[in-house]
Design a binder for this molecule. Sequence first.
Ligand SMILES: *[C@@H]1O[C@H](CO)[C@@H](O)[C@H](O)[C@H]1NC(C)=O
Length: 206
Amino acid sequence: MGFAGLGSAVLCLASLVAFVSAGSDAPRGVALGFVFDPKAKCDPPCEHAGVCIRNNTCNCNKGYEGETCQFAICYPKCKNGGMCLRPGKCRCPLGFGGRYCHKVMCDGGCWNGGECTAVNGVAKCICPSGWTGSKCQEAVCPQDCKNGICVAPGICSCSEGWLGGACHTAVCSQPCLNGGKCISPNKCRCRPLFTGPRCEDRKNPH
Ligand SMILES: *[C@@H]1O[C@H](CO)[C@@H](O)[C@H](O)[C@H]1NC(C)=O
């Protein structure tokens, strides 16, 4: 091996060591691998099986960094405020999950095609049109169901005795006669001069 080849091999090793001990005050460069004082004292001691190579200088194990190798390294970094517990293991705040806390988690999920998204750091379901509610569980009826409930976007399920898109039409099982109008289930409003449940009688017959 030529001199240049040896040099780049040492540089390569040195940069590897420098990367592993990043964050400590270990010197960068070729010298690092050769400076090891067996009598070195590190106080506070090196953590996570880091080696005390010089007075108060720890050489950290793979996966740790910091003055005393106290910090675990998560790569990629923990996202969304997650904490690196052990190398490559993040603890995620509520509302986030996945190996790097990169996934937004909506408690109970999002229904009806809703998408779980972080809004100002809080997991929220973004609902498709026609649905609303924290989980997109609630259908929207723009016509407003007058006598019924909204069961799907724009679809009302009517109470008994009502019909129509907004459940606004009353049903009279016996039709109202003489121009009377069905105003609520089985209730007719009669024209003047008529009376009776179905407006079948003439008032004051003279
Ligand atoms: C390391 O520290 C000890 C005392 O804590 C001292 O006696 C020794 O000389 C130091 N070594 C170096 C290389 O500075």
